[in-house]
Design a protein around this ligand. Structure first.
Ligand code: ADP
Ligand code: ZN
Ligand code: MG
Length: 487
C-alpha cells in the first residue's frame, strides 16, 4: 500500500554549510578543512576556556549578506547572536553561539523553494569512536572544526517529492560555490542535509500537515532522497495500520538503507536560548553593500538564462555548462571569436562549439584529470578556428576529431594542421566519382546485389569509398555520388 494517494509528502530541509573563511568564526585560528593533525588549530576561545572572549569574523557575516542578497531574502537592520545551551563532548563551551530570533536572512526563494531563514553559527568539534590497544572503547575529540563558521538554511515545508530535495540541495551547493563563500563538499561533511518529512492529508481542499520526523546523518544528496522515500513508505504504513507517527529524530542507516529512531525531539525551550552577552548586536548598515554587490558574480540561474538567450543553447545545455564554470567560460570565449562573417550560421556554430567542447575536448581533459580547458594547449581562439573549419565544411567530423587530438597534444592553429596533414574535406564530385568507380570495379558482386534491390549495401559503398579517400570525403556529397552511379 505504498504511495497511497491519500497521503501527501510534506518536506522541509535544514541545511548546514561550513563557510570557507580563512579563520574561524570567533577567533584567529585557521579554518582549514584539510588539516589532518588533530587539535592543531585551537585556542582558548574555540576550546571554551574561562574568560576567553569571542570576536566576530566580519568576512563570515559578509558571506551571509551575499547569500541573503542572492536568494532575495530580507536582511534585518540589526542582527545578533544567541547562546544555544546543551551538553555534548564535541562542544567545549557547553553552548553553541548561534542565532535565535534575528537571523541574518529572513525568507527568500531558491529553486522555487521558499526559504524560512538563514542564520550563522559555529561548528562543533569532531568525535572519533574507536578502541585503544587494550581493546577498551575510547572516543577521541578533535577541536580543529570547533568554531568554524557554519551557515544554516531552513526551508518552508513546501517540498513535495524526494527528487526535489536533491535538486534544491544541488542548487544551494552551486550558489555557495558561485558566491565563493563555501566549498560545500557534502562527502567531506562541509555540507549537511537534514530532511523533515510528514504525510499531509487534504481536508476541505486544504493541506493539513501531519506529525513530522527529522532525519539526520545524511552524507550525500542520494541518501537524502533515499531517506525521504523510506520515510514516505514507513509513515504510510504506520498511518494505514491506524497508528500515529511519533515526532522524533531518526538517522539514516546507509548500510541497511533505512532510517532508525535516535531520540525524541527536543523542543527549542530545552536549549535555553538567550542573547550572547559577549557579543554586541550587529548593525548591518556598517557593511559596504556597494562593494558586496560588486563582488557578487553572475548567479547560476542568471547564467542559465543568458546562455540560452545569447547562444541559442537549450535549457539542458545551459544547465550543464553552468555546473562547470571553467568550461562555460571557455565556451563563451571561443564563441565570441566566431565572428559573424566567418561562419554561415552563428547558432549552428555555437552548437558545434558546445558539442566538441563537452564531448571530444572534455573527454581528452578527463583522461588527464584536468577540469579547466584553459589549462590545456588548446586556446579558445584556436578552438574557435577549428569550429569554423567544421561549420564551413572545410573538414568533416572525423578529420575534426583528429585535428582536435593533435591540437590537444601540441597546440597550434588547426588551419595549419589541416593543410600540413592534407585533411581538407573532398566535395568535388569528380574526385568522389573516381573513388566510387574504383570501389565498384573491385566489388562487382555487391554492385549486382545493390542493383537487385539490396539497399542496405549503400553503407558498404560509403565505407569503402570513404576509406579509398582516406576518410576525407564529404559524407553527404559522397552518398549522392554513390546513389547516382549505382542507379
Ligand atoms: P523544529 O522546531 O522541530 O526544529 P521547525 O519549525 O524549526 O521545527 O522546522 C524545522 C524544519 O521542519 C523546517 O525545514 C520546516 O520546513 C520543517 N517542517 C515543519 N513542520 C513540518 C511538517 N509538518 N512536515 C514536514 N516538515 C516540516
Ligand atoms: Zn581558536
Ligand atoms: Mg529547528
Amino acid at each position: 500500500m505504498t504511495n497511497s494517494p491519500k497521503y501527501i509528502p510534506v518536506i522541509g530541509l535544514e541545511i548546514h554549510a561550513e563557510l570557507n573563511t580563512r579563520t574561524k568564526m570567533f577567533c584567529a585560528c585557521l579554518n582549514d578543512p584539510d588539516e589532518t593533525e588533530p587539535n592543531k588549530h585551537i585556542c582558548p576561545v574555540c576550546t571554551g576556556q574561562p574568560g576567553a572572549l569571542p570576536v566576530m569574523n566580519q568576512k563570515a557575516i559578509e558571506s551571509m549578506l551575499k547569500i541573503g542578497t542572492a536568494i532575495g531574502g530580507e536582511i534585518p537592520a540589526v542582527s545578533k547572536f544567541d547562546r544555544k545551551n546543551y551538553f555534548y563532548p564535541d562542544l567545549p563551551k557547553g553552548y553553541q553561539i548561534s542565532q535565535y530570533d534575528i537571523p541574518f536572512v529572513f525568507g527568500g526563494l531558491l529553486a522555487g523553494v521558499k526559504i524560512t531563514r538563514v542564520h550563522l553559527e559555529e561548528d562543533t568539534g569532531k568525535l572519533t569512536h574507536g578502541a585503544n590497544e587494550a581493546g577498551e572503547k575510547i572516543t577521541l575529540v578533535d577541536f580543529n572544526r570547533a568554531g568554524v563558521p557554519l551557515m544554516e538554511l531552513v526551508t518552508e515545508p513546501c517540498i513535495k517529492s524526494p527528487e526535489k530535495i536533491g535538486e534544491f540541495a544541488r542548487e544551494l551547493q552551486l550558489l555557495l560555490r558561485y558566491l565563493g563563500v563555501a566549498d560545500a563538499d557534502i562527502e567531506k561533511g562541509q555540507m549537511r542535509v537534514e530532511v523533515n518529512l510528514s504525510l499531509g492529508t487534504m481536508e476541505d481542499g486544504e493541506l493539513k500537515f501531519g506529525t513530522k520526523v527529522e532525519v539526520k546523518n545524511i552524507a550525500s544528496f542520494k541518501m537524502a532522497e533515499a531517506a525521504a522515500r523510506y520515510e514516505i513508505e514507513r509513515q504510510t504504513k504506520v498511518l494505514e495500520e491506524g497508528e500515529k507517527v511519533v515526532q522524533e529524530t531518526r538517522g539514516w542507516d546507509d548500510i541497511n538503507k533505512q532510517t532508525v529512531s535516535q531520540r525524541i525531539k527536543e523542543t527549542s525551550a530545552d536549549y535555553r536560548y538567550f542573547p550572547e552577552p559577549d557579543l554586541p548586536p550587529i548593525n548591518i548598515a556598517q557593511f559596504d553593500f556597494n562593494r558586496l554587490k560588486e563582488e557578487m558574480p553572475e548567479l547560476p540561474w542568471e547564467k542559465r538564462e543568458r546562455l540560452q538567450k545569447e547562444f541559442g543553447l537549450n535549457a539542458e545545455q545551459a544547465g550543464l555548462l553552468t555546473l562547470e564554470r571553467p568550461i562555460a567560460a571557455f565556451f563563451e570565449e571561443a564563441v565570441s571569436e566566431l565572428k559573424t562573417e566567418e561562419v554561415n550560421d552563428q547558432v549552428r556554430a555555437a552548437q558545434l562549439a558546445y558539442n566538441y567542447l563537452t564531448s571530444d575536448f572534455k573527454g581528452l581533459l578527463i583522461q588527464d584529470g584536468i577540469s579547466d580547458p584553459h589549462k590545456s594547449k588548446i586556446t579558445a581562439e584556436n578552438f574557435a578556428d577549428l569550429i569554423v573549419l567544421v561549420e564551413k565544411e572545410t573538414i568533416n567530423s572525423r578529420a575534426a576529431k583528429d585535428v582536435l587530438a593533435k591540437m590537444y597534444e601540441n597546440g597550434g592553429d588547426p588551419r595549419e594542421i589541416v593543410k600540413s596533414e592534407g585533411l581538407e574535406q573532398i566535395s568535388d564530385p569528380q574526385t568522389l566519382a573516381q573513388a566510387v568507380q574504383k570501389v565498384m570495379e573491385e566489388n562487382q558482386d555487391a554492385v549486382e546485389k545493390y542493383k537487385g534491390g539490396n539497399d542496405k549495401l549503400l553503407m558498404f559503398f560509403v565505407g569503402k569509398s570513404m576509406a579509398e579517400l582516406k576518410g576525407r570525403a564529404n559524407p553527404a556529397a559522397l552518398q549522392e555520388v554513390i546513389k547516382e552511379l549505382l542507379s
